[in-house]
Write a protein of this length. Structure first.
Length: 166
């Protein structure tokens, strides 16, 4: 009996060590792919102008190819204009989708589409309003991408996309 227990325990330990090494190797490969693909970043600018008081005032936010109004109502109530939190959500969703595409491509796959929706929750604390959380809902269409591989790459994208790291 004892000769059967030892090899089982040994095999189990070897498998555990192998699994840890395999995860580290995958992480190293992802890191190398990221550094190889994205080695120089550019600077981007966005601009906002606010006129008037907080409640009665209004503003415009702009960046390359976009200019949109925002108001107190659009930020804290149900106004029709945009708000800074929507733009943060759009930045998060866009960055995450591009990063995930890079990782999927690094696996030798060709993603047809990646659609990510960011839901930004504005709450508050003793010091005032703050973004409480950003939830991402991502749908990927890609032949050959397994659910396990998607989950692995989605987690890596969550941790490593530049906007997630702010």
């Amino acid at each position: 009996m004892q000769t059967n227990i030892f090899p089982f325990c040994l095999n189990r330990m070897i498998l555990k060590v192998f699994s840890i090494l395999q995860v580290k190797v995958k992480k190293d490969l992802i890191d190398k792919f990221i550094k190889k693909t994205i080695n120089i970043m550019k600077e981007s600018q966005a601009k906002a102008k606010w006129n008037g008081t907080l409640k009665e005032g209004k503003g415009k936010m702009s960046f390359t190819g976009y200019e949109g109004p925002y108001t107190f109502a659009s930020r804290f109530e149900n106004g029709k204009e945009t708000n800074p939190e929507e733009l943060v959500g759009a930045a998060q969703a866009g960055c995450y989708s591009m990063f995930l595409s890079a990782l999927i491509s690094g696996e030798g796959l060709n993603p047809e589409s990646i659609e990510t929706t960011a839901t930004v929750s504005l709450g508050g604390d003793d010091t005032g309003p703050k973004v409480e959380k950003i939830l991402l809902d991502c749908k990927v269409k890609c032949d050959g991408l397994s659910e396990d591989k998607f989950n692995e790459l989605a987690q890596a994208s969550k941790e490593k996309c530049p906007i997630s790291r702010l």
